[in-house]
Design a protein around this ligand. Structure first.
Ligand SMILES: [Zn+2]
Length: 241
């Protein structure tokens, strides 16, 4: 026997007293191999009635018969649900993986930042002082000395040192002189890795005005220099005509 609605195969319950189309789910009473439709006409009511009769539930597929003049429209809700779940879970996984990667990048950046900060801190600590600009005063009558990792700026000083060297820069001292006038037997003696920058002002020395030795450098910009300059080793004196 075949389904009266669509000609599909039938499944039976209650000693074949009832039949259900395995294709369109139509329900029939079987009276001696004579089929007659039973149950509510709507799909939900029909499914409930089918369950009462003892048919296994077929929730996954529900079928609308007769749309567009006999065309069967089958919607496999189970598969749609599964596909949607897969899509949603793959989207969520995409977000999770993206967030984890972003988090790792952030951690690396922050870590590197902290490391660099710690390194600079410990470097400053191990050399025995900060590299911050030291505010100093110089009365200009006694010799001035900078060394270590001093970063010093002297401005608008008129110095007259009677004997020896007026300004001695050694170590890694970075000394900036702005509009400083120095008269001394030797106004500037730079040694070690000292870097002296002189802007404006004047130097008067006898016989040398500037001496640079070792890796020291003295850069002069717009200053008046009276006396010789003497560079030895890798010492450099720049900007003096
Ligand atoms: Zn059928």
């Amino acid at each position: 026997m075949k389904c009266l609605q669509c000609g599909g195969g039938l499944e039976y319950v209650q000693n074949a007293q009832f039949a259900r189309c395995s294709h369109c789910c139509s329900l029939f009473r079987n009276d001696n191999r004579h089929l007659s439709p039973v149950g509510p006409p709507d799909p939900d009511g029909s499914a409930a009635y089918a369950a009462q009769l003892g048919f296994a539930p077929r929730k996954a597929n529900f079928t609308v018969v007769g749309v567009g003049g006999g065309v069967n429209l089958k919607i496999n809700t189970g598969k749609m649900e599964r596909d949607l779940k897969n899509k949603v879970s793959s989207m969520i996984w995409g977000w999770v993986i993206g967030a984890v990667i972003l988090g790792l990048i952030a951690v690396i950046f922050v870590g590197v930042g902290i490391w660099v900060y710690a390194q600079s801190k410990s470097a400053a600590a191990s050399t025995g002082g900060s590299a911050a600009l030291k505010s100093v005063t110089w009365d200009g009558t006694s010799p001035f000395t900078c060394g270590g990792v001093d970063v010093v700026k002297l401005e608008k000083v008129k110095a007259n040192v009677a004997t020896g060297t007026a300004i001695t820069a050694g170590g890694n001292c970075q000394l900036t002189l702005v509009n400083v006038d120095v008269t001394a037997p030797l106004p500037i003696d730079a040694s070690g890795n000292a870097k002296v920058t002189m802007t404006g002002g004047s130097l008067k020395g006898t016989p040398e005005a500037i001496v640079a030795s070792a890796n020291a450098s003295v850069t002069v910009a717009g200053a008046s220099i009276t006396g010789k300059t003497k560079a030895s080793g890798n010492g450099k004196i720049l900007g003096v005509k």
